[in-house]
Design a protein around this ligand. Sequence first.
Ligand SMILES: [Zn+2]
Length: 428
Amino acid sequence: MNDKSSDLIDQMLQDRRHIHRRPELGWTEFETTSYVANRLERLGIEYQLGIDFLDISSVQGRDEKLVNKAIERALEHGVPQSFIEKTGGYTGIVGILDTGNPGPTIAIRADLDAVPVQETSAAEHEAVKGNYVSEIPGVMHACGHDAHTAILLAVAEWSARNRERLSGKIKFVFQPAEEGVRGGLAVAAGGALDDVDEIVCFHIGSECKLGEVGICEGGYLATTKLNVSFEGAPAHAGSNPEAGKSALLAACNAATLIAGIPRHSGGLTRVCVGRLEAGESRNVIPAHARMEIETRGATSELDAFMVDHVKRIVRGTEAAFDVKAKIEIVGSAANLETDPDVLARLAKIAEKTDLVERTKFISFVPASEDCTWLIRRVREHGGKAGYFLFGCNHQGHHKGDFSIQDDKTLPAAFEILTRYLAERNAGD
Ligand SMILES: [Zn+2]
């Protein structure tokens, strides 16, 4: 049943390059969502927009100002006002293909967003050579989510073409805001995946080079992203310092205490105060401070141990310096848990795929991924999950020269996913 028709592969590469030109940050993927919606509509695949399937109260790290700016840009770039209205201001889209034949419900997830990185204009850069560099200053698909979206569109098209021969339902999940692990929780909490028997998630690059596929047994770390702000009271540093309450000193003390959180015998933990801004000027007791903090853990329990400590330290510092603190959770992910039978099936398929030279099992990836919320939700409802990496020769994600050799890498992932569906959703 595998449809290798070259027009589908050509279309996939065109889609990827089109999306690469128009990168959008998390929660602002209006052009990309509209692009996906148009395609699904043409394929006769019904869909739900973010507003319909996200749990809005679980949305993390969404910046209303950036959203409004992105809406303006999308309108200027031809996205109809009526479409923007339908989104209710929330990006993301889930396509649902019901074959009408009895069978399992399989979900495949891709992410839509780009990163705040300026793309290089170096002549040897793939996108420069191919004439598809980012048109949006300071924003780039430097993590390959443009590839993920294009692959899932091609898989959707393949599924629509093979509808008669497939069984069950297929859900194509185009998740917003993976960067900063902000979107996954709201997708999961919305319940759109509660009827899913199996979910397959994937990522380009990372621990795998061109020709390699990594079958991930686990290893992505649970994480929490926190913004903490302190508010004190200003005073002239010369005339009445005793009237001031220093938010700067509170934040500095919190930062050193956070670095001293004990490690846990139960497994790996991490903590980073990555940013601290404070103060107004030299002779004023600083009334404002702001910190960006992240914690990680091998399990959600270990991550929670770190977060609890951070919160306690912030509360303690608040009392010690007589300032007010605000803690905001702006992103989170669970650790990756998968199912051996799904992984074994993926591995077997990868091994049989011509474009894959080497298939390896991976048990640790020192990063985080918020599809882990989707996976957790599916598994909590009795479903199963798999995750794979497909390699490319890159010099590091989130860098201006990130390149993915799309003509070789995209067809490999497309083949693995469509073979998976052909096997799992085989009719009669
Ligand atoms: Zn990524």
